[in-house]
Design a protein around this ligand. Structure first.
Ligand SMILES: Nc1ncnc2c1ncn2[C@@H]1O[C@H](COP(=O)(O)OP(=O)(O)OP(=O)(O)O)[C@@H](O)[C@H]1O
Length: 653
């Protein structure tokens, strides 16, 4: 015996095959109609039901029907009448199928109506806000929840060192460096908590990744709904605004970096404490020129609008690796209180369309950073040309009609000469500046920044027979070190560089106190050491990153840095000549012959000059545009350099 739920109709048979067939047909008919509830599916249900009956009975010849309960009989009669009217009355099987389909449809209707009624009722008495992990607001809520007292006492909670939303991770920032900060969050499921003396409930749900979810977000999706009784949205809105404010406050002292993911969406990748501008060693005139220009730009939206100019600005920084291009852009973002949106042109997933969508999707005030802008097109020549972006796609994206207004485009390159003129023409690039290798005065400045006062006195007492074990200094970023200089064995710790060697050399005081127990070195002492240090560094031979890498080996011992810098320079020089060893960056500076530590070109200055070089290769043409400051400034700089060079030579004698 097979019954349909609702008991409106039933077919009796004792043949197992028929039983199965009829059951399948009836179920399909009812399900098809019930789930969809549309005439189309009702029709399909009818067909399925009839086929099942005809097929099943044809196999057995059975035709018996059982009597129905009273109410159901009424419905049955109505259905039979309807079947008669449709000309199906003569055919019992078709009529049976029709009845099944109709009843399925009725049930579906009741179910849908029921759920709508429930939904309607819910809407009248419950306010609900929904947060999807693919949206930024999800991070606000998680961050807010992690701070909420409920999260601290919930018995079912999840622990996380990051707040993950979609493919993005927000690290538990603010830890002490050794141990990552931790988020305690209510575990998936239902939770009740209080907010402003009102009861709220939250449902956190992990949606299993389906084909579609994976394709669109690349990671499992989570949902949070927060509800409360009542009809006013005010309470939940105030919760959301509080969560948003908390989240933004958290980032106030940080620069947030967004990167394009493989699906063409911006993802928050990390946030860093804002880098102060004064940690960047570069020509102060250039620094303030760019910073002032950027500030002025972001404050002149109406000026641009009045003149019908697109409200955009472009900055190109070029120069050897490790000269501070990226660092300066981070510091600039910190100074302006903006976030950085980074595009990696070499990404194979990036197409012209996704790039243009990404650029259009940047917020109206931000720095859009394209690093190593030359790299993408060079690689592309040797790889699959069908992937990635085209040059014209890049041009359209950065200043096409859909490009976002109010953003500053920052590009960096180590190879200015490889860039197409079209990319860096005024309008796309308004300021073009070279960050050069360290001058002697910059080396001194770096030293001073590296060893700010007070630095502990270390009572160094080297004998002339100092044979400290030679080990490389700690490297800076991307540093490839093969240094065989005279540097103490351990360079990482506070006191380790100063510990006496087992063999008895160098002759250091065995009772060197910790830095905290000694009075700091005076400003004069540091300045004197900085001068000694910089005298040994040849002008514009090392990038700041290289010098920084060397100094990292002497974090707390400036005396040792001064003592060993000579060796460092010698090693670096011989390594360059022999090509056997490298200190610091792989340096393929394209502008070695160029003595200036920076050049800067403003489109207006370039326009004033009104000419490109009459001859020469592309690189020379570009350099002809540079603004090197007034004649007086240039003279001043030249004299300064000559004087430093004289001092250096004298000190080496
Ligand atoms: N002018 C500078 N002032 C302060 N620090 C610097 C400077 N130049 C380099 N550094 C330091 O050297 C490291 C590398 O610097 P950064 O990445 O900014 O160089 P870059 O010019 O962008 O290099 P690349 O061209 O290889 O990307 C960082 O740790 C940074 O702090």
């Amino acid at each position: 015996m097979v019954g349909m739920s609702g008991g409106a109709s039933a077919v009796a048979t004792n043949h197992p095959l028929l039983l199965a067939t009829v059951a399948r047909g009836a179920t399909s008919a009812a399900t098809a109609a019930a789930t969809r509830g549309s005439p189309y599916f009702l029709g399909n249900g009818l067909t399925l039901g009839r086929n099942a009956l005809v097929g099943g009975l044809a196999l057995t010849g059975h035709r018996s029907f059982v009597s129905l309960p009273e109410g159901a009989q009424e419905v049955g009669k109505m259905v039979s009448n309807a079947a008669d009217k449709m000309g199906l009355g003569d055919n019992q099987f078709a009529a049976g199928g029709f009845q099944l389909a109709l009843i399925g449809g009725l049930l579906a209707g009741i179910r849908i109506l029921g759920s709508h009624a429930l939904e309607y009722l819910k809407k009248q008495i419950v306010v609900t806000a929904e947060f999807d992990s693919r949206d930024e607001s999800y991070s606000w809520i998680l961050n807010w929840l992690s701070d909420h007292p409920y999260s601290k006492k919930a018995t079912q909670f999840s622990v996380s060192t990051t707040i993950a939303r979609g493919a993005q991770k927000i690290n538990g920032e603010g830890g002490d460096g050794a141990i990552a900060a931790t988020y305690f969050l209510p575990a998936p499921g239902l939770h009740f908590f209080w907010f402003k003396n009102r009861l709220l409930w939250m449902y956190r749900e992990r949606v299993r990744p389906t084909g579609a979810t994976v394709a669109t977000s690349g990671s499992p999706v989570e949902n949070i709904t927060i509800s409360t009784l009542g009809r006013s949205r005010e309470l939940i809105q105030s919760l959301i605004l509080e969560a948003q404010r908390k989240f933004i406050d958290r980032d106030k002292s940080r620069t947030v970096i967004f990167a394009a993911d493989q699906y063409g969406n911006w993802r928050r990748t990390k946030s860093r404490p804002k880098r102060p501008l004064d940690t960047i060693v570069m020509d102060p005139k250039l620094k303030s020129y760019i910073v002032d220009d950027a500030k002025e730009f972001f404050a002149s939206e109406s000026w641009y609008a009045e003149r019908g100019l697109p409200f955009r600005r472009g900055l190109l920084l070029y120069g050897s690796p490790g000269t501070g291009k990226t660092s300066f852009i981070h510091a600039l973002a910190g100074e302006l209180g903006l976030n950085i949106y980074v595009v990696n042109l070499s990404s194979k997933n990036l197409t012209d369309d996704t790039l243009s969508e990404l650029v259009a999707d940047t917020p109206s005030r931000c720095l859009l950073l394209i690093e190593d802008v030359d790299a993408a097109f060079i690689q592309r020549k040797s790889k699959d040309a069908a992937t990635g972006i085209t040059f014209s796609g890049l041009l359209n994206s950065v200043d096409g009609v859909s490009a976002q207004e109010g953003r500053m485009l920052c590009m960096t390159t180590n190879h200015l000469e490889r860039l197409d003129e079209a990319l860096i023409r005024p309008g796309r690039v308004d300021i073009r500046a070279k960050l050069g290798k360290a001058t002697q005065s910059q080396a001194a400045e770096l030293f001073m920044k590296f060893f700010p006062q007070p630095v502990a006195t270390t009572d160094l007492n080297f004998s002339s027979a100092d044979t400290t074990k030679k080990t490389p200094p700690r490297s800076g970023r991307r540093q490839s070190v093969d240094y065989k200089g005279d540097i103490p064995s351990s360079t990482s710790g506070e006191s380790s560089p100063l510990l006496p060697e087992k063999s008895g050399s160098p002759t250091l005081s065995p009772s060197i106190p910790s830095s905290s127990s000694k009075p700091g070195r005076t400003q004069e002492e540091i300045e004197r050491m900085a001068a000694q240090f910089s005298r040994v560094i040849p002008d514009q031979q090392f990038s700041i990153a290289q010098l920084q890498g060397f100094l990292m080996g002497y974090k707390k011992t400036p005396e040792l840095a001064v003592k060993h810098v000579d060796e460092f320079v010698r090693q670096a020089g011989s390594a360059e000549v022999s090509g056997t060893a490298k200190i610091g960056y792989d340096d393929d500076d394209v502008d070695n012959e160029d003595d200036d530590d920076y050049e800067i070109e403003d489109a207006t200055v370039a326009a004033g000059k009104g000419k490109a070089a009459a001859s020469g290769d592309g690189k020379d043409e570009k350099q002809d545009y540079y603004w090197e400051g007034s004649e007086e400034q240039q003279k001043e700089r030249k004299e300064f350099r000559e004087e430093k060079e004289r001092e250096r030579r004298a000190s080496l004698k």
